[in-house]
Design a protein around this ligand. Sequence first.
Ligand SMILES: Nc1nc2c(ncn2[C@@H]2O[C@H](COP(=O)(O)OP(=O)(O)OP(=O)(O)O)[C@@H](O)[C@H]2O)c(=O)[nH]1
Ligand SMILES: [Mg+2]
Length: 470
Amino acid sequence: MVSDSKEKVETHSTGSAQVDQKVKEKDIPPLEDDLEEMELDRKRHLNVVFIGHVDAGKSTTGGQILFLSGQVDDRTIQKYEKEAKDKSRESWYMAYIMDTNEEERVKGKTVEVGRAHFETETTRFTILDAPGHKSYVPNMISGASQADIGVLVISARKGEFETGYERGGQTREHVQLAKTLGVSKLLVVVNKMDDPTVNWSKERYDEIESKMIPFLKSSGYNVKKDVQFLPISGLLGTNMKTRVDNKSCPWWTGPCLFEALDSIEITPRDPNGPFRMPIIDKFKDMGTVVMGKVESGSICEGDSLLVMPNKAQVKVVAVYCDEDKVRRAGPGENLRVRLSGIEEEDIISGFVLSSVAKPIPAVTEFLAQLQILELLDNAIFTAGYKAVLHIHAVVEECEIVELLQQIDPRTRRPMKKKILFVKNGAVVVCRIQVNNMICIEKFSEFAQLGRFTLRTEGKTVAVGKVTDLA
Ligand SMILES: Nc1nc2c(ncn2[C@@H]2O[C@H](COP(=O)(O)OP(=O)(O)OP(=O)(O)O)[C@@H](O)[C@H]2O)c(=O)[nH]1
Ligand SMILES: [Mg+2]
């Protein structure tokens, strides 16, 4: 059953670990101009976010991917094993590949989104390892908003699937957020299949799959087209680079993780659309460098662009993709772009690097269709409700200034009656106001820049899409 998968998903080792430092990305090797220039686009590029409840095994699985693709040597693993043991966290050593901060290693919990790269035959992947703990959902949102596809990691260990899946567990919250934030395809990996309470049990696997399917459907995923399940052990690396053998698991005849990742297809973005790159971070390095993912259009050295909403005219001095300087980059790429014509202090994350001919709209008010998930203490949702708006890289206080219509969730049509308030589960059209100008798009035109979440006191209370710009 192992078939030719090994050959098919041969990875390209670079000899050294490619996990970027997390202590902001400023510690990444300096952007030297003598880096070899390369033309990209030989392979497609996909951003994949690892999501799921705390301790499901996201960092372990991410670390194992790097190990299996030859990017972490045995000596480093031995060092991590020792370090993990010293911290009484023996089994955490694989997670240490992704969890690079001391705090993360001591607590055994990811805090900041880890970032790493690996390649298969057809695809260059950027892994974004999101934290599962509920305190760090804003970091998870920023990771998911950069992703094209998601790997939802679920622990099959007795009791752990249940806790993650409960109301208030992050399995649910992450799925809903991922969908809203534009993660169009999901691989659901049922992890810890090696655990003694699971032991590659088909029954347990089927139970998890059958409970997840209705929930994924209700979150808006087309389970037949956009979702694929598979069992793995992230810790042991089983069914990851090569298929699980018949002895460990006689019933699995599907693909291994690398094959599944390799074969995911997503709708190509338009490389000729107007340029849009939300800025997620910035720093000084021989000028001003901004970081972000290209959501539409292409960028070339020498381009004139606008930083919106402050309409600052800038020139593109250099473009870097991962560690490489490139002349041109298209949609989906995570870039660092060196700009002239603007100071670092004049940029805030959430600003958008944008085409001059068709700049992104900047507004302080917009209309949106919202799905209310769960209000704090079952509060009611009325005009005057305040929350924190997360839309692409923007985080901004907002106020609901007017409720316009309630939508019947069954018919998806507006209901006739006038509304003053709604409760959990309702779908409403409303007008939202922010204090500072933000750059957004209508969902129907640029889904990635038109979907958002509302959070209060650290909880996601609603997900929504922009229907009109006021
Ligand atoms: N038996 C077994 N244990 C696993 C497996 N994958 C992860 N674990 C263990 O689960 C614990 C949590 O793993 P992490 O990789 O840190 O989980 P995470 O999802 O990244 O957790 P957060 O970052 O805190 O959300 C560690 O003790 C791992 O060794 C697996 O495949 N099998
Ligand atoms: Mg983690």
